[in-house]
Design a protein around this ligand. Structure first.
Ligand SMILES: *[C@@H]1O[C@H](CO)[C@@H](O)[C@H](O)[C@H]1NC(C)=O
Ligand SMILES: *[C@@H]1O[C@H](CO)[C@@H](O)[C@H](O)[C@H]1NC(C)=O
Ligand SMILES: *[C@@H]1O[C@H](CO)[C@@H](O)[C@H](O)[C@H]1NC(C)=O
Ligand SMILES: *[C@@H]1O[C@H](CO)[C@@H](O)[C@H](O)[C@H]1NC(C)=O
Ligand SMILES: *[C@@H]1O[C@H](CO)[C@@H](O)[C@H](O)[C@H]1NC(C)=O
Ligand SMILES: *[C@@H]1O[C@H](CO)[C@@H](O)[C@H](O)[C@H]1NC(C)=O
Length: 317
């Protein structure tokens, strides 16, 4: 093992290629902010989102910020705070080219980080705050990011149906389109590579009128270390290659000891050192650092398999 690792470090400068400009960071704020600089040190990552509308100051001038309207406001009919926040970012000179819609609006079990928004409310907020960002500033809109579960497709289709109802109603002047304007579809996937490829094929096939997909959360959740590494290698290469893939961000920018998708998916060890997956993602030489979980995280996720909703509850409180 040691011998192979050394050989790779020596070989790295020769084989190193620029990482894909599609690659970005799902930033999950943590109790270890000293880890933040890892993502912008000797890194080819180009962009990030943090589940919120306000940038993370550590990344200012280093990564392009993509604001997210995480959930529905309390007063969806009148609230303009997301629109106004993004408008201010633009007027302050920030380069805001994209925004993301609701995070897992079909996730309503209260434990998975889903924002649990009804399709009707989502459509209303879309007309109120999202489409004006496109109209006024040319910002491209990422559709609500549903879970990878079958119900995600149902929710998203309900959303477009509600949009069509709103667009048809005579007292809505917000837009001329027959539905809600969307420029790309963010997808989430937790499972193996075959499942991810098939899921993305289904999204691409369902929404042929929308030419770009982003994968904004994905990992082999609860997998062995080897399966996690192999998934990461295969998936990064695949997402770089397929032409309808706009951007992607791997779910793992945290320490293995606090990972809610199993310790082996994490890009940092329990001590905050880059794992091999983290090194591959940042386009650095392998580290050989083995992530360890806490006893509780292993117990909690040992039974995970297949489709699971992402849990990012610590970032959204
Ligand atoms: C703003 O960001 C977009 C998307 O990354 C990029 O294409 C464009 O060149 C950037 N513009 C400036 C002025 O940096
Ligand atoms: C895109 O296609 C979906 C699925 O057929 C549809 O519901 C939606 O209204 C379409 N969007 C636009 C803007 O035409
Ligand atoms: C829609 O536009 C019409 C004609 O311009 C106007 O009379 C009406 O008040 C508008 N409705 C809303 C909800 O803004
Ligand atoms: C509707 O479309 C027309 C023609 O393309 C455009 O001039 C007008 O600004 C649009 N109205 C809205 C509310 O976007
Ligand atoms: C994605 O959809 C487009 C448009 O329908 C199609 O031409 C293309 O083959 C699809 N790509 C994949 C990999 O399924
Ligand atoms: C993943 O890719 C890296 C770099 O190319 C390689 O060193 C490593 O052996 C691969 N791991 C697996 C499990 O395929």
């Amino acid at each position: 093992m040691r011998y192979i690792t050394q050989a790779l470090i020596l070989a790295a400068p020769l084989v190193e290629a620029a990482a894909s400009s599609k690659r970005g960071l799902v930033y999950v704020s943590s109790k270890t902010p000293q880890d933040d600089s890892i993502w912008t040190t000797d890194s080819d990552l180009t962009w990030y989102y943090n589940y919120g509308s306000v940038p993370t100051s550590d990344f200012n001038g280093k990564l392009e910020f993509v604001p997210m309207l995480w959930g529905a406001p309390e007063d969806p009919e009148n609230d303009m705070s997301f629109y106004n926040t993004v408008k201010n970012l633009v007027s302050e000179g920030n380069n805001i080219s994209y925004v993301l819609g609701f995070n897992e609006p079909d996730g309503c079990d209260g434990s998975s980080g889903g924002s649990c928004v009804t399709a009707a409310t989502a459509a209303q907020v879309w007309k109120k705050q999202m489409e004006p960002l496109k109209r006024d500033f040319g910002i491209k809109l990422g559709a609500p990011a549903v879970t990878g579960a079958p119900n995600g497709f149902v929710w998203l289709q309900n959303f477009f149906s509600e949009c069509a109802i709103l667009a048809a109603s005579s007292d809505n002047n917000a837009t001329n389109t027959t539905s809600c304007e969307v420029d790309f579809i963010p997808a989430h996937w937790y499972g193996d590579f075959g499942g991810l490829a098939s899921h993305l094929g289904q999204v691409n096939g369902t929404y042929q009128n929308i030419s770009s997909i982003w994968v904004t959360e994905f990992a082999c959740a609860g997998c062995t270390l080897e399966a996690s590494q192999s998934f990461a290698n295969t998936t990064f290469e695949y997402l770089d290659r397929i032409n309808y893939m706009g951007r992607y961000s791997y779910f793992g920018s945290f320490r293995s000891s606090v990972s809610n998708v199993g310790p082996n998916a994490a890009m940092l060890t329990e001590k905050g050192k880059l794992t091999d997956i983290g090194a591959v993602y940042l386009n650095q030489a392998m580290t050989g650092n083995i992530p360890k979980g806490s006893a509780s995280s292993v117990a909690k996720f040992a039974g995970w398999s297949g489709i699971v909703a992402a849990a990012v509850f610590w970032s959204i409180l």
